[in-house]
Ligand binder design. Structure first.
Ligand SMILES: O=C(O)c1ccccc1NCC(=O)[C@H](O)[C@H](O)COP(=O)(O)O
Length: 598
């Protein structure tokens, strides 16, 4: 597959956006994109170990180049000036030599280069490179350049890069200007460029606004349409705003306590007898679960929109607690809808929300669980839409909610990807996460979607068994239907009436599934399995005793499936489990169901 280099990066959020690129370029030559060695070194700390860090120079001395190679450290050097062969030979890391292409003669000349790689670019305008101009690719036709040495640059964009690859079949493509808006790097364009190169019809379908394949959309009443569109516009704006990202990451680090470790589970690894097992520790977040990653992002967005009132739903209470916490932090008015059944199961969290200043509204309609809480929260939003933001807790609801929640939760997968590369020097063989609405899972999976060698497994709640009427295994047993503003897979009867879901875990007790999961299941990129209540409870005991970590009931579903998966995996393989939350909230359920535990 053609590799991708994103050049001229100067900010952390752009490095994060390029986390799936094969190479990052730092410009040390005079340029508006110029960075110092210290700046590049700081950014390089967050670049995965297997991503090349390439320094771009124009007629620099060997000493200057060596300082940067050691200081960042750089894994390659790109020469964009008139550097002599002696310099190329003296550099101790692989060298890329850039050539401006105007004529066939220019192409002939570059063949004499002693560099490991040859970069073909349009002639510079303002500086020696990064001009944003395209050269005539047909000049390379039949030139006999070794494709394994060829890097194509010059005016590439997400729109033309596939055509460039088809025509020139290079080893790597390189872009700078084409992923910028008004001379600044643009997160969405960086991600789109990488997707276009690395794949494929799948991701292009995902990008169809508001839909994942056929799933998703905005199936909302007329009265909500204005609010949904307003939210969509506001989110599109903040996505590109460096100040917003800075603020978001500030709270993640200073308030939530990120980044969270990727812990090697030594005793689980030994006990399960298969692959090396790592745990992504979302349980260590302030408030005890992954939910807070999304709550902070959406609360900041609500304030940008001038809304200081928040409504949310909660199932297990984790999202309710996260939302109440963030509302206390930002002094926002907060009302949380929670099913009466869940209120009984999660007394401790109900009290936490109240202590934090939120109003908890009990929902008695329907099965009095998560689905009904979402219904009521949506109703409340319709009635109060002028000054209230609906802070949805999972990757559900009308567009832009599923995309927005996924993006805020992707911090899980972005960190995990970097951490496993640092620890093991390679990507894992399998990743598991529990799935209710699907927010921890999509946040974990999304940064790995293009890594086809990584098996992604979502674990649903089989309750008392998928062949009973007491389960929440939506992807195993569901059919297409609309719920809470989106087309998804649902548990429903022949008349289209939504059926009650069941799981011992309130957070998985939902009859639908986020639309992106429905799509990923259809195309086979993610495999979905299900685990019963009893299997989950057994996994709670197993993990508590093997690792000293008491998991949430939701998380326990992923752990139980990990034990099964481990049986068919080998010792040289790596498996990662997303520990979406800790078990404190479930103590009453554990005490009741694990009575007699010796
Ligand atoms: O980017 C610069 O400002 C720059 C200045 C001096 C020498 C090289 C420079 N950039 C190199 C690159 O960014 C890429 O190798 C390539 O030229 C990108 O071209 P484009 O996509 O057309 O911006």
């Amino acid at each position: 597959m053609t590799k991708v280099k994103i050049c001229g990066l100067q900010e952390q959020r752009h490095v994060d956006a390029a986390s799936r690129a094969d190479a990052i370029g730092f410009v040390f030559a005079p340029s508006r994109r110029q960075v110092t060695i210290a700046q590049a070194a700081e950014l390089a700390k967050h670049i995965p170990a297997d991503t090349d860090k390439i320094g771009v120079f124009v007629n620099a001395s060997l000493e200057e180049i060596e300082d940067a190679v050691a200081g960042v450290p750089l894994t390659m050097v790109q020469l964009h000036g008139d550097e002599p062969d002696e310099l190329v030979k003296a550099i101790r890391v692989p060298v890329i030599q850039a050539f401006s292409i105007r004529t066939k003669e220019d192409v002939e000349q570059l063949k004499n280069s002693l560099a490991n790689y040859i970069l073909v670019d349009a002639p510079g305008t303002e500086y020696r490179g990064g001009s944003g101009n395209v050269f005539d690719w047909s000049l390379l036709d039949g030139a006999g350049i070794d494709p394994s040495r060829l890097i194509v640059a010059g005016g590439l964009t997400p729109e033309n890069v596939r055509a460039a690859i088809e025509q020139t079949t290079p080893y790597m493509v390189d872009v700078s200007s084409g992923v910028e808006t008004e001379r600044q790097k643009d997160v969405a364009k960086i991600q789109k460029f990488i997707k276009q190169v690395k794949d494929d019809s799948m991701e292009q379908t995902i990008e169809k606004v508001g839909f994942f394949g056929k799933y998703g959309g905005q199936f909302v009443p007329e009265t909500l349409m204005k609010a949904v569109k307003e939210l969509e516009d506001a989110y599109n704006e903040v996505k590109e705003d460096p100040e917003f990202h800075k603020e978001y990451h500030h709270y993640l680090s200073e308030y939530v306590g990120r980044e969270q470790p990727l812990t090697f589970a030594k005793r689980m690894t030994e006990a399960y007898g298969g692959p090396k097992i790592y745990l992504k520790r979302e349980d260590l977040n302030h408030t005890g679960a992954h939910k807070v990653n999304n709550a902070i992002g959406q609360a900041l967005l609500a304030m940008r929109m001038g809304k200081r009132k928040i409504v949310a739903e909660t199932g297990a209470g984790q999202h309710g607690v996260a939302t109440a916490t963030i509302c206390a932090l930002f002094d926002l008015d907060c009302v949380i809808f929670m099913g009466e059944e869940d209120i009984k199961r999660q007394q401790l969290n109900v009290f936490r929300m109240k202590l934090l200043g939120a109003r908890v509204e009990s929902v008695t309609k329907g099965s009095a669980t998560l689905k009904d809480a979402v219904n009521e929260a949506l109703r409340y939003w319709v009635a109060n839409v002028e000054d209230t933001h609906y802070l949805i807790g999972s990757a559900l609801g009308p567009h832009p909610f599923p995309t927005m929640v996924r993006d805020f939760q992707s911090v899980i997968g972005v960190e995990t990807r970097r951490q496993i590369l640092e620890k093991e020097g390679r990507l894992p063989d399998a990743i598991l996460a529990c799935v209710g609405g699907g927010s921890n899972a999509i946040g974990m999976f999304y940064p790995f979607i293009q890594d086809k060698e990584v098996k992604l497994i979502g674990v649903e709640a089989a309750g008392q068994g998928v062949d009973t009427d007491k389960h929440a295994a939506t992807l195993t047993k569901g059919t297409e239907g609309v719920l809470h503003g989106a087309l998804m897979k649902l548990l429903q009867d022949d008349a289209g009436q939504v059926q009650e879901a069941h799981s011992i875990s309130a957070g998985l007790d939902y009859p639908g599934i986020g639309p992106e999961h429905a799509y990923l299941a259809d195309i086979g990129r993610v495999e979905y399995r299900s685990i019963t209540d009893d299997e989950a409870l057994a996994a709670v005991v197993s993990m508590s005793r093997l690792e000293g970590i008491i998991p949430a009931l939701e998380t326990a579903h992923a752990i139980a499936e990990a034990e099964k998966q481990a049986k068919s995996m080998t010792k040289d393989q790596i498996l990662i489990i997303c520990v979406s939350g800790r078990g404190d909230k479930d103590m009453a359920t554990y005490a009741e169901n694990l009575e007699g535990l010796s």
